[in-house]
Design a protein around this ligand. Structure first.
Ligand code: IPM
Ligand code: MN
Length: 354
């Protein structure tokens, strides 16, 4: 019996979460596992009503679950940053979800803006460090609101934090068993402290523990270029928090858009949190036009993390089938089906393909 916490969140978050849970239901039926969902109302509306972003013991509450499914965070009436920092980043940090795993996978039949590229060429995974770098909040102002103001935002890179992220990435590359190539994405020519540490750790760990994995390196700017020009060069990319944030939005675009891009905030062996990487798209709220595929794909990643490999593989096949056979587009309002219609199609495909 899996205990799942659902945080549907803001805007279209609840609509896509329902569809992900629907598909989970179909997978549970087909593969004979049980689960129980508990809903939490954390998000913009609760904040506006109570003045609290999260209850004090939020992380402790989450630790009682096997996994968390997050819809989306972001409310038009709440100043940008409050909910993102107060809910999403707070849970990532408090639960020590040190990996942000973001597959960049173009499913068959899905449109990509890259000319002459298809599913064969766009299929790699980004392992983003998720608890350090520029995201720790280290730094501050001096002489704020004066002409001499100074703002410093520091990138924190601990050897332990980098090592555990790299080890995860090496293990993942080995398990993925494709090109067995791990690319470190950094900026060693300018960020000569932070990425010096990353590069040394990368080579030391790779040489000593993962001789079977080929190591490659690309600066972050070049990574962006290659992702567009030759995405087939990548198998697994490992990078820091900020660069990972940026390159995975680019990744989302080349895999067909935010309608399909999923991610997992992971601490191996502990409660992990899965979310579509796009936002809450408030302007589409309640219209039934948002694409739930990214939320469904996040649920798929959750199944995989929970060790339900057969169910995860089946949901992946179902997503591929529906994407290529049924959907006209991945974009909101242009799928050729409603939000719940897409959920139904994937749930039916799971039942058929299992
Ligand atoms: C993401 C988002 C978040 C991030 C924001 C909302 C804080 O962009 O999950 O990629 O920067 O990590
Ligand atoms: Mn982002």
């Amino acid at each position: 019996m899996y205990k799942i916490a659902a945080l549907p969140g803001d805007g279209t978050g609840p609509e896509v979460t329902v569809e992900a849970i629907k598909v989970r239901g179909a997978a549970a039926e087909a593969f004979g596992f049980k689960y129980e969902i508990t809903d939490f109302d954390w998000g913009g509306d609760r904040y506006l009503a109570t003045g609290n972003v999260l209850p004090e013991d939020a992380a402790d509450q989450m630790r009682k679950f096997d996994a968390i499914l997050l819809g989306a965070i972001g409310h038009p009436d709440v100043k940008p940053g409050i909910l993102e920092k107060g809910i999403l980043l707070k849970l990532r940090f408090d639960l020590d979800l040190y990996i942000n795993l973001r597959p960049v996978k173009l499913y068959p039949g899905v449109e990509t803006p890259l000319a002459d590229k298809g599913p064969e060429q766009v299929d790699f995974v980004v392992v983003r460090e998720n608890t350090e770098g520029l995201y720790t909040g280290a730094g501050g102002f001096l002489k704020k609101n004066t002409p001499d103001e100074i703002a410093i935002q520091e990138s924190v890179n601990t050897r332990k934090g980098v090592d555990r992220c790299l080890r995860y990435a090496f293990e993942f590359t080995r398990k993925r068993d494709r090109e067995k190539t791990l690319t470190l994405c950094g900026k060693t020519n300018v960020l000569t402290f932070a990425f010096d540490l990353w590069e040394r750790a990368f080579n030391e760990i790779g040489e000593a523990e993962y001789p079977d994995i080929k190591r490659d390196y690309a600066h972050v700017d070049a990574t962006c270029m290659w992702m567009v020009k030759n995405p087939e060069w990548f198998d697994v990319i490992v990078t820091d928090n900020m660069f990972g944030d940026i390159i995975t939005d680019l990744g989302a675009m080349i895999q067909g858009g935010m309608g399909i891009a999923a991610g997992g905030n992971i601490h191996p062996g502990k409660v992990s949190m899965f979310e579509p990487i796009g936002g809450s798209a408030p302007k589409y709220t309640g219209q039934g036009v948002i694409n739930p595929m990214a939320a469904i794909a996040s649920m798929q990643m959750m199944l995989s993390e929970l060790g339900e490999d057969a169910a995860a593989a089946c949901v992946d096949k179902a997503i591929a089938y529906v994407a290529s056979e049924n959907l006209e587009s991945m974009a909101a309002g242009r799928m050729g089906h409603s939000t719940s219609g897409v959920g139904d199609l994937v749930a039916d495909a799971v039942a058929k393909l299992s």
